[in-house]
Design a protein around this ligand. Structure first.
Ligand code: HGY
Ligand code: MN
Ligand code: MN
Length: 415
């Protein structure tokens, strides 16, 4: 497959450097830095020869027409936003590899039967809008609600205003959602963000399914008091209650580690008030995130956790409230796409390994529109969502060649 490996690597270097200077590597959605990245991407899409624009939901899409009329498009891509102080490759590897696949066809004067759409999905990572993620793919698939659009971030911007800020048309989101069956396939190349491929020296991962993710806002309420004058037995320290919940969640999730579908639980975001060294914490607001392929276990986890810790919270004279933020069911990758990836990898002489994705991805929502699949490549020591995230140029090229090959195979096999 004609992939210009050095051009792809140069583009990864260029886009990853569009980061907040003080916290590499950060390009948060709905920020001027994100728009800087988008402007560069759109220019590269256009220079490559793609018909480029922003859809109603704020997704950047570059389209290459196919040879046959009336066929649904094959979508390839990922996201260009990052977590705070994240890595250089989570997301942009998939967008830039997809661009490379399309540009390779154009430069060779080739076309596929199906139209090809290269997509940078808006805000795949949890955003400042109450942690909502996969915003662009929700919009494309009709899963972005008026309640979502009304969410506001700390500076008062609503998600509706945010989508307009990035060039989308929030007023058209509902009317322009794509219908089920409107895409022939969606294929995403992504770093594994885990250690399986590296530990087994496998260059390509064929994703079997994408994990379900539930996020809940947990609020523990006590009483803010003077840290010096308030005796220990009289305190209602919200942070002590939060700590009991955090430890209990850790132990509950750890106990599933040997299960066929283990569950992971994380309190990754926590706000303490008044958050002063000389004040007993009066309130803690934190986000519980639970993931597993076992959807029932994910749904039940938060409620069971609170019930289990409630007696300790009562003894500490604390109140606790759990409110759902988002709940996304696990999704299976389509067999036709998994087979195409396997055939493409074989044609490239690359060994493969089937594995689930513990990370969430836009494919979970795009699966409402048609069959989805994901190609993983190893990343160093499995690190991701951290500046240490790293990958080798050869691994990037392996992934891009496999993506190009899978697109070719799917194009031949799908109507
Ligand atoms: O959080 C995730 O799983 C993905 O990296 N957004
Ligand atoms: Mn990520
Ligand atoms: Mn990602």
């Amino acid at each position: 497959m004609s992939i210009d490996q050095s051009r792809l690597w140069r583009r990864l270097e260029t886009l990853s450097r569009l980061t907040d200077r003080d916290r590499p590597w950060t390009r948060r959605s709905f920020t001027p830095r994100f728009l800087e990245g988008r402007a560069w991407l759109a220019a590269e899409f256009r220079a490559a020869g793609l018909e480029t624009g922003i859809d109603a939901g704020g997704n950047l899409i570059g389209r290459l027409e196919g040879t046959e009329q009336g066929l649904a498009p094959i979508l390839i891509g990922s996201h260009s936003d990052t977590v705070p102080s994240g890595g250089r490759y989570d997301g942009i590897l998939g967008v830039l590899a997809a661009l490379e696949v399309a540009q390779g066809l154009i430069e060779n004067g080739e076309r596929r039967r199906h139209p090809l759409e290269v997509v940078d999905f808006l805000a795949e990572e949890p955003s400042e809008f109450e942690g909502l993620s996969c915003i662009g793919s929700r919009a494309m698939s009709g899963a972005l609600t008026p309640e979502h659009l009304a969410l506001r971030r700390a500076d008062g911007m609503s998600l509706e205003e945010g989508i307009a800020y990035v060039g989308g048309r929030p007023q058209d989101v509902a009317g322009s959602a794509r219908a089920p069956g409107s895409i022939a396939a969606y294929l995403e190349l992504h770093i594994e963000q885990g250690r399986v491929l590296e530990s087994e020296a496998k260059p390509i991962g064929i994703v079997t399914d994408i994990v379900g993710i539930r996020r809940e806002r947990i609020t523990v309420t006590g009483r803010a008091d003077h840290a010096g004058a308030t005796p220990m037995p009289l305190r209602s320290d919200a942070l002590v209650g939060a700590a009991r919940l955090i430890e209990a969640a850790y132990q509950k999730a750890m106990a599933t580690s040997g299960d066929a579908q283990p569950l992971v639980a994380t309190f990754g975001k926590i706000d303490v008030s008044p958050n002063a060294a000389n004040a007993v914490p009066g309130e803690v607001v934190m986000t519980l995130e639970v993931r597993s392929g076992n959807e029932a276990a994910v749904s039940a986890f938060g409620g069971a956790l609170v019930r289990e810790v409630q007696p300790e919270l009562d003894a500490l004279r604390l109140k606790v409230k759990a409110e759902p933020i988002s709940n996304v069911a696990p999704v299976a990758c389509a067999t036709v796409i998994r087979t195409a990836i396997a055939d493409a990898s074989r044609a490239c002489g690359l060994g493969t390994r089937d594995l689930p994705s513990g990370a969430g991805h836009d494919g979970v929502f795009v699966s409402r529109l048609g069959p989805i699949g994901m190609i993983f490549v190893p990343c160093r020591d499995g690190r991701s969502h951290a500046p240490e995230e790293a990958i080798e140029p050869e691994q990037v090229a392996d992934g891009a060649r496999t993506l190009a090959g899978a697109v070719k195979v799917l194009d031949e096999r799908l109507d």
